[in-house]
Design a protein around this ligand. Structure first.
Ligand SMILES: Cc1ncc(COP(=O)(O)O)c(C=O)c1O
Length: 422
């Protein structure tokens, strides 16, 4: 006999809209009430190929009829066998060895374990504003907002936070910010985390949750030089910035730097839960036996989706499209910022742009950002927010299939919302 309980989602889950989705296709989400929304969220940077790309859907259908779960500690399956060399080919430099898991945070945790095992050292140097996930190891390395960590102490030990070259916040130009942060990093190595107990540096080359704040070539190369000098690993978290989002395949491609470890998820399988990290075999070999694993990692259907995703990337030149459309989006947002003082600054790369909202005194304005999102939703455009100061940054991260007209339509709606909420 049914108890009559209604059942509900955990109230701890914050949702930015009440939209109930019926179906989604390409750039659009269709709600059960018949409304259509232009999706500039990509499900937080996931659906690069657009919603339900027919090639991805077809590959998934076919794979689901053949094998859904072939646990990778027991058997191997064809989609993973095919995906591994293709992903290795996309990894920078000599990186040829891959480990699969489901969520971004799991891949970060697995990379963290490898950094410790491979070096025999405990500490991780991470950078202010970085977001690496919500499980305790990743969360301990996350400093994008106190709200994520509040009430959850104690965090994992051995995490040292260094400054990130956020020019805008530091009030410096790019080179000054890089030099300042590198000096601070040297100070950290001299005072808080000596090289012989530091395993690695972990960085988001283009920060996501912090508000689309970009590192610089000078800074990233400074990290590489210090990692080489002190025998540390350089790990890049490409969960959000990777897979073409910034207009290059990897976010760190903008900085001409070779990392030792690359962590990826989100765009990898067009919405199927799949994550991975790559390292050179001689580093990966140092992982203690059994230290990498998981029940669902490298799921066969998710790997088939990832293969189809790569096909679509190639056939539709999605990385080039992200670069071209990103430039257009940025130009339109910069022009809007000239006209509307409520936009303090626009930061980001490619199709990963953040409009930082400020009030009349130039202070962060999370409330305005929230009202803007609501007004945009009313006009059929979905955007999301981020930022440590009450969610003051309006994020623009459309699917990589976006075209010029859709960007123009979205920016026009945003401008209308600016006027309505002013
Ligand atoms: C840069 C970065 N790293 C890690 C994660 C965690 O990924 P997931 O939410 O899949 O665990 C995210 C998620 O937003 C992210 O943006």
């Amino acid at each position: 006999m049914a108890s009559g309980k209604q059942g509900q989602l955990s109230p701890a889950l914050k949702q930015s809209s009440d939209i109930l989705v019926d179906h989604a296709e390409g750039m659009y989400i269709h709600a059960t009430d018949g409304r259509r929304y232009l999706d500039f969220t990509s499900g937080i940077g996931v659906t690069g190929t657009g919603h339900c790309h027919p090639k991805v859907v077809e590959a998934v259908r076919e794979q689901a009829g053949k094998l859904v779960h072939g646990q990778y500690a027991i058997v191997r399956h064809q989609p993973m066998q095919e995906l591994t060399p293709r992903l290795a080919e996309l990894m920078p430099g000599e990186i040829d060895s891959l480990f699969y898991s489901n969520a971004g945070t799991e891949a970060v945790e697995a990379a963290l374990r490898l950094c410790r095992h491979a070096t025999g050292r405990p500490n991780m140097i991470v950078f202010q504003g970085g977001f690496h996930g919500r499980t305790m190891g990743s969360l301990s390395m996350t400093t994008s907002s106190v709200g994520l960590r509040a009430g959850l102490q104690p965090m994992m030990g051995g995490v040292v936070v260094a400054p990130f070259p956020d020019c805008h916040r530091l009030g410096m130009n790019e080179d000054e910010a890089a030099d300042f942060c590198l000096r601070e990093l040297d100070h950290i190595l001299a005072t808080s985390s000596t090289a012989c107990e530091t395993a690695a540096m972990l960085i988001e080359p283009v920060q996501g949750e912090a508000g689309y704040v970009c590192a610089s070539t000078r800074f990233m190369q400074g990290l590489r030089e210090r990692c080489d000098r002190h025998g540390l690993l350089l790990a890049v978290d490409e969960v959000q910035a990777g897979y073409g989002r910034t207009g290059r395949f990897w976010g760190h491609d903008h900085y001409d730097v070779q990392p030792d470890i690359v962590i990826t998820a989100k765009g990898l399988a067009s919405g199927f839960p799949l994550s991975a990290f790559g390292a050179r075999r001689e580093i990966m070999e140092k992982a203690w036996p059994g230290s990498q694993g998981g029940t669902y990692g490298g799921n066969a259907v998710a790997c088939a989706a990832a293969l189809a995703t790569l096909d679509v990337f190639e056939e539709e030149n999605l990385v080039d499209n992200a670069a071209a459309m990103g430039a257009h989006l940025r130009q339109r947002l910069d022009a809007l910022a000239e006209k509307h003082p409520a936009i303090g600054v626009v930061q980001g790369k490619g199709l990963m742009q953040g409009a930082w909202m400020v009030d009349a005194q130039g202070k962060h304005d999370g409330d305005r950002a929230m009202r803007l999102l609501k007004a945009c939703e009313k006009h059929g455009l979905l955007l999301i927010r981020c930022g440590a100061y009450g969610g003051q940054v309006v994020r623009w991260l459309p699917p990589l299939i976006v075209n010029r007209e859709q960007i123009d339509e979205a920016v026009d709606i945003f401008e209308q919302a600016l006027e309505e909420t002013g």
